[in-house]
Design a protein around this ligand. Structure first.
Ligand code: NAD
Length: 267
């Protein structure tokens, strides 16, 4: 049976760890060749590349800071030179710089917005230029291109002590919806994944100790933390023609975190 993403080219930002690495491996397992973008750790990026290659896939690692316009432009140029085009962008790179709001520095605010929101803008803009240039290739996909923005449950749940992060994810939601609306007539699909709590380095404090993990489970009706593979499966679905009529949504992958579990005992 033909794999769901056979012959397609995917670029995953922040793919040297956590959710990005899980998504890159899941896309590769369905036949996509993958660019593993990283910003600081070449060894970890090469591990992901090697794992994909050992399983018969194709991948290469590319260093670029997604908040830097020229580095993003160069990354897309190199990707198109190497693989011929880009079919799927997973806008995954992101970080937290937590602080009480009244103590938050402009540097903390700008760094989070620069990577989590401007980074998604810069990568999406380059991807859409390429999708418009190439158009639909019917043998590969019914869409001219697919973008998946890694958002968060915090595009809707306020998060004290994380105003910069929540604002960036709220911004990602409207960026995603607006470009989905703008390019739907050209058969370009743009959707988000909204992870709940996923076991990665970004939130290790929330699951590392038994006490922290027990506290975390109070927020998750499914009573387990999510794994990168949970997000990988959602990314494959949103990238493939199985979701061809889906455009402009956030697919929450959160074990029910958005079900207001605090109300399960009558509030
Ligand atoms: P992570 O720290 O493992 O991964 C983030 C990746 O982004 C890292 O590889 C990092 O090197 C990369 N990155 C940071 N700055 C970059 C830059 N300027 N340019 C390129 N890459 C850069 O954490 P993760 O949990 O895998 O996070 C991935 C995405 O998922 C983020 O956007 C995060 O906000 C989102 N998310 C995570 C969770 C969770 O529970 N883990 C929940 C909701 C949303």
């Amino acid at each position: 049976m033909k794999r769901k993403l056979e012959g397609q080219i995917a670029l995953v930002t922040g793919a040297s760890s956590g959710i990005g690495a899980g998504v890159a491996k899941a896309l590769a397992a369905e036949g996509a060749a993958v660019v593993i973008n990283y910003s600081s750790n070449p060894d970890k990026a090469e591990l992901v590349v090697n794992e994909i290659k050992q399983k018969g896939g194709d991948a290469f690692a590319f260093k670029a800071d997604v908040s830097n316009e020229q580095e993003v432009v160069d990354m897309f140029q190199q990707t198109i030179q190497h693989f011929g085009t880009v079919d799927i962008l997973v806008n995954n790179a992101g970080l937290q710089q937590d602080s009480k709001f009244h103590e938050m520095t402009v540097a903390q605010w700008n760094r989070v917005l620069g990577i989590n929101l401007t980074g998604q803008f810069l990568c999406a803009r380059e991807a859409i230029k390429e999708f418009l240039r190439r158009g639909i290739v019917p043998d590969k996909s019914k869409s001219a291109g697919k973008i998946i923005c890694m958002s968060s449950v915090h595009e809707v749940i306020p998060w004290a002590g994380h105003a910069n992060y929540s604002a960036s994810k709220g911004g990602v939601m409207m960026l995603m919806k607006t470009i989905a609306q703008e390019y739907a007539p050209m058969k370009i699909r743009v959707n988000s994944i909204g992870p709940g709590a996923i076991r990665t380095p970004i939130n290790h404090a929330a699951w590392q100790t038994p006490e922290a993990y027990t506290g975390l489970l109070k927020l998750i009706p499914a009573k387990r933390i999510g794994e990168a593979e949970d997000i990988g499966g959602a990314a494959v679905w949103l990238s493939s023609d199985d979701s061809e009529y889906v455009n402009g949504i956030t697919l929450f992958v959160d074990g029910g975190m958005l079900l207001y579990p605090g109300f399960e005992d009558n509030g």
